[in-house]
Write a new protein. Structure first.
Length: 498
């Protein structure tokens, strides 16, 4: 590695560490640390993680039953959690380090914050392969703070946080053409949410067909299957059953295959689920993150220039949502602000959506400024939602289940009060200022060095192989202006720097 590349790599590493600790601080500060308001999903992850981390046992007999008593399994005379093992195993080290004989949700809240912060950093490194440094940072911050990543995945130890981290690692491995590492990432995603297997299937087939090689198919497939092996072993130890879906998950396959009427696979219900997933005032993706609508017109152009890993990941996100809504409703539970079940798919679509910004949204003033406004508004109310834990105080059950009339954002804003409004506005302004400090064009080695008397490094023509490492792409060809989308010639080595 040349000295110039080393300098740029160190610069990018510093940015990554700052991004990690910055998002971690915000996520953990606003995380839900009250057991009273923990959702059933999260409490049944935190309890076995504590018993494993502190006492090495899966038994959670000492805890009283939740309002949903069938989320436990009775095995060998003991009560066990029926939640998937990925999030539990990810959280165990945090409880082991805390090593407290009194149960607390704080270690699990830290685990959720760490998982989401790490995923945001990996996403940022992925986006550096596609767009300028400013766009990559802005897109990463929007993913962190203008979506339900902030108010759901990082707020408590839902399965989505570890799942998205696993998918991020797998996607990063795809850019390196490291098929075994990609399979390991998908294997852990399967341990967290088994139906993420569709990501592995799509990625392996897509990369294999694109490269006309069996290696991606065989390696990703063989390694990712370890996730199911681990899941079967866990369920045998935890429940005495060689089963993928024990406990309350037991009827999901029947629901998805129309064997029972309790699922969402019926045509009318499934159609309603899709509509509600995107547009319901209660959980709609485009209702709580409306800036995403300004990216949709650019998807065709983005697809044309997207490298294989962006395409396969995006298609995997679509397949995942289809499977998700086949076996479960759009609702995703209660006691949180925003949407939940679509989060893994949203992560998978984010690189393509970022390319859509570059290819279409940014090129016209009206769409660019409309995007800025909607993004600021989204981040503003997610900031307030992150500070409000008692959502059951905001939404009575009768209101909560009103699909087309209950808009949580308005209720959260009223509940937060003037202090919440001002604090959220200050936060949005601070992030916008930080992004503005990043040069609009790709950073060159000279801009990182900040030394006079050095000749600028000539940039090589860009290639469409964005599977290159981020440092190579950043050193790649001509810089792009954020506003015009036009290429600018590389700086001449004979020109004096001012």
């Amino acid at each position: 590695m040349s000295k110039a590349v080393e300098i740029l790599v160190r610069h990018q590493n510093r940015v990554s560490w700052l991004l990690f600790f910055g998002t971690l601080a915000v996520f953990f500060f606003t995380a839900n640390r009250s057991t009273v308001f923990f959702a059933n999903d999260t409490i049944y992850v935190a309890q076995p993680a504590w018993t494993l981390g502190f006492g090495g046992s899966l038994n959670i007999d000492q805890f009283s039953e939740s309002t949903v008593a069938n989320w436990t399994i009775l095995f060998d005379g003991h009560k066990r959690s029926d939640r998937f093992p990925g999030a539990i195993l990810f959280t165990v080290p945090f409880y082991a380090v805390a090593h407290s004989n009194v149960f607390s949700v704080v270690p699990s809240a830290l685990a959720a914050a760490v998982a989401c912060s790490a995923a945001v950093v990996i996403l940022h490194r992925l986006l550096l392969n596609l767009v300028s440094a400013r766009t990559a940072l802005a897109a990463s911050l929007l993913f962190a703070f203008a979506t339900s990543i902030w108010t759901v995945a990082s707020d408590a130890i839902w399965s989505e946080g570890p799942t998205i981290l696993a998918l991020a690692l797998a996607t990063w491995a795809l850019t390196k053409q490291s098929w075994v590492l990609a399979g390991l990432g998908y294997a852990f995603a399967i341990l967290s949410r088994p139906h993420t297997a569709v990501f592995a299937a799509v990625a392996g087939l897509w990369e294999g067909i694109t490269r006309r090689s069996w290696a991606p198919i065989l390696k990703i497939g063989a390694v990712s299957v370890l996730g199911f092996v681990g899941l079967l072993i866990w369920n045998k130890l935890n429940s005495g059953q060689w089963d993928i879906f024990p406990g309350s998950y037991g009827r999901r396959i029947e629901s998805a295959t129309l064997v029972t009427s309790g699922g969402q696979a019926q045509g009318s219900e499934w159609g309603k689920d899709y509509l509600a997933t995107f547009f319901s005032p209660l959980r709609g993706l485009f209702v709580y993150s409306p800036f995403l609508l300004l990216l949709l017109p650019g998807l065709v152009r983005a697809w044309r220039v997207a490298p294989p890993w962006v395409r396969s990941t995006a298609v995997g996100g679509v397949a995942y949502l289809v499977v998700q809504l086949a076996g479960n409703s759009w609702l995703g539970g209660q006691g949180f602000f925003g949407y939940r079940l679509i989060l893994p798919s949203l992560f998978a679509w984010w690189p393509l959506l970022t390319l859509a910004w570059q290819q279409w949204t940014v090129k016209a003033s009206w769409s660019r400024y409309a995007f800025y406004g909607l993004a600021a508004i989204s981040m503003w109310w997610f900031a307030q939602g992150s500070l409000v834990f008692r959502l059951d105080d905001v939404n009575a059950d009768s209101v909560f289940y009103t699909t087309w009339s209950s808009w949580q954002a308005g209720r959260i804003i009223g509940f937060a009060g003037p202090f919440g409004w001002v604090a959220a506005a200050v936060f949005v302004g601070a992030l916008a200022f930080l992004v503005s400090l990043v040069p609009a064009e790709d950073p060159s080695v000279e801009s990182v060095k900040k030394r006079k008397g050095k000749k600028p490094v000539a940039k090589k023509p860009a290639t469409e192989d964005t599977n290159q490492p981020a440092e190579k792409v950043a050193l790649g060809a001509t810089s792009r202006s954020e506003g015009s989308g036009k290429k600018k010639p590389a700086p001449s080595a004979n020109k004096k720097r001012r």
